[in-house]
Design a protein around this ligand. Structure first.
Ligand SMILES: [Zn+2]
Length: 264
C-alpha cells in the first residue's frame, strides 16, 4: 500500500470561523529566542501544493465516507475551485492536468503574501508560550519515544480542510481559522501531541482516524488540562476506559496494546 505523505489532523471543527482581534497584532515579533519552533508564511508554490494535498484529502474522505460539515473546508471562491469541489463531492478524482491548472490559477490569480501577515503575528505570539511547554513532554520521550523533533516547523495556510501535521518532518500546517480561534494554544498543543504519538502508537498499532483523535484529546486533557472544547466524534473503539488509570500516560503504548488485544 502506498504510504500517505501526511497524517491528517482534523481539528476542532466546531467554532472554526471565530475571529478575534488582539490589539497588538501588528507589532513585529522576534522569534530568534524560540528553542523548538520555526514559523513561516508559505510561498505561493508551497501554498498551492498544500491546497492540492487538501483537495486529495477531501477525495479520500468522500471515498471513505468520513463526513465533515462543508463549512469546515475553505477553498478560494473562484469558478475553477467551485468546479473542482463539485467533481470531488460527487465522488470524482481530479486529473493531473486539472491539478496543474489549479496550481497555476492559484499562484497567478489568488495568492497574496500580505494576507498572511496578521496570522503570522498572532501565531508567533502564542508559539512563544508553546515553546515553554515542550519540556514537560520529555518524560514521555524518555519512557516510550513520544516524538519531539529537533524543531517543529509551523506553516500558515489560508485554505483547505483544517490544521494537520507531517510527524516525520515535524511540520505543522496551521489553518488561518484556527489561528484566530480563542483556543489557539490548545490547538497547537493538540498538533504537538499528534506528532508525538504517531510513531510509537498510531502507526505502530494502525489506529483508525477517530480513535487517534480521541487518544490525542484524552492525552491532552490529562497532561495539559482543559482543551477549550468538547471531545471530537465517537472513536471506533471505546478507548476512554484506559484513561481512567491515573498513570496511563507513563505506559501509554502498553495500555493501548493491551486494550486492542481485548477489543480487536
Ligand atoms: Zn486532531
Amino acid at each position: 500500500m502506498k504510504k500517505k505523505p501526511y497524517l491528517l489532523i482534523i481539528c476542532v471543527i466546531i467554532g472554526l470561523f471565530y475571529v478575534s482581534c488582539p490589539s497588538n497584532v501588528d507589532e513585529p515579533i522576534d522569534l530568534a529566542n524560540l528553542r523548538h519552533f520555526t514559523v513561516s508564511i508559505p510561498t505561493a508554490e508551497e501554498e498551492a501544493e498544500q491546497i492540492i494535498i487538501s483537495l486529495r484529502w477531501v477525495q479520500n474522505f468522500v471515498r471513505q465516507g468520513i463526513i465533515h460539515p462543508p463549512s469546515s473546508y475553505r477553498f478560494p471562491n473562484t469558478p475553477l475551485f467551485y468546479e473542482a469541489m463539485n467533481k470531488i463531492q460527487a465522488g470524482g478524482t481530479l486529473t493531473i492536468a486539472e491539478e496543474n491548472q489549479i496550481r497555476e490559477h492559484f499562484i497567478n490569480d489568488v495568492f497574496n503574501a500580505q494576507n498572511y501577515q496578521r496570522y503570522f503575528n498572532i501565531l508567533a505570539r502564542t508559539i512563544q508560550r508553546t515553546d515553554r511547554r515542550i519540556d514537560s513532554l520529555r518524560r514521555f520521550e524518555s519512557a516510550w519515544n513520544f516524538h519531539i523533533p529537533s524543531k517543529y516547523h509551523v506553516f500558515i495556510t489560508l485554505w483547505g480542510i483544517g490544521s494537520y501535521v507531517d510527524p516525520e518532518a515535524g511540520m505543522i500546517t496551521m489553518f488561518s481559522a484556527h489561528i484566530t480561534s480563542p483556543n489557539l494554544l490548545y490547538i497547537i498543543d493538540h498538533e504537538i501531541i499528534h506528532i508525538g504519538l504517531y510513531e510509537p502508537i498510531i502507526r505502530r498499532f494502525n489506529i483508525p482516524h477517530w480513535t487517534n483523535e480521541r487518544i490525542t484529546d484524552l492525552f491532552q486533557i490529562k497532561h495539559f488540562g482543559p482543551i477549550g472544547r468538547s471531545l471530537q466524534q465517537e472513536p471506533e473503539y471505546p478507548i476512554d476506559i484506559i484513561f481512567e488509570q491515573p498513570d496511563v500516560l507513563d505506559y501509554l503504548p502498553q495500555r493501548v496494546e493491551e486494550f486492542l488485544r481485548n477489543h480487536r
